[in-house]
Design a protein around this ligand. Sequence first.
Ligand code: ADP
Ligand code: MG
Length: 245
Amino acid sequence: MIRLSNIKKSFGENQVLHGVNLSVDTGEVVSIIGASGSGKSTFLRTINFLEKADSGSITIDDLTIDVEKVNDKEIVNLCKKTAMVFQSYNLFRHRTALENVMEALIIVQKKSKHEARDIAIAELERVGLLDRINYYPHQLSGGQQQRVGIARALAINPKVMLFDEPTSALDPEMVGGILDIIRSIAEQGRTMIVVTHEMNFAQEVSDKVAFFAAGNIVEIERTKEFFTSPKKVLTHQFLRHMKAS
Ligand SMILES: Nc1ncnc2c1ncn2[C@@H]1O[C@H](COP(=O)(O)OP(=O)(O)O)[C@@H](O)[C@H]1O
Ligand SMILES: [Mg+2]
């Protein structure tokens, strides 16, 4: 279970998050959709302190932190419970696929090299990359690099997986394979927050959909209601716009 309460964030004069609230139950998948620049990535990044929010609180299972009073140890403990899959993969360029997946297992989770290697190989196999484990990122397609990104996130067995537009940097022919992998992870009962512009995917995979605009969640509904009978005018307009484009 993850609960974000009243998350606020400004960059200088520019307030990007206006007190966002979101709760996701264990095993639930929530998609976040919304226009570019509305603050979706910033919101996701405040969850694992890639951006430190200015205020608000974050609960993951038994750990609650107040962002304004948090200490380094609490940040580390909270971050251990999440893993993020990025739009631009964010792999270490000078490390192989295998080494990329092993990294956090050794550095953060303090696993032995041997154990980290076994876990990494299993996760790379799960995403269909067993024959590429010794390749460097530049020797892999975008889709393969994103598979490494997903294997890396899965390997640490996080309480919550965060996806930030995981297919938007990919060539169109790569998108389906990545969405299939994410779908299969969702079906295994992983708690997930997915920022996406893939409406069909959001519709098929999510338990709930949240519409983000101007730094806040305008509307969050169960998926069916969200797409069939959105309550807010802004949501309606956005969905119409997405259909037309
Ligand atoms: N590190 C940063 N420094 C300054 N402004 C930022 C930073 N990150 C994001 N922003 C600003 O925050 C706003 C929301 O950006 P972002 O969260 O990336 O939106 P989205 O993911 O919905 O496209 C934008 O105006 C963007 O310029
Ligand atoms: Mg973004």
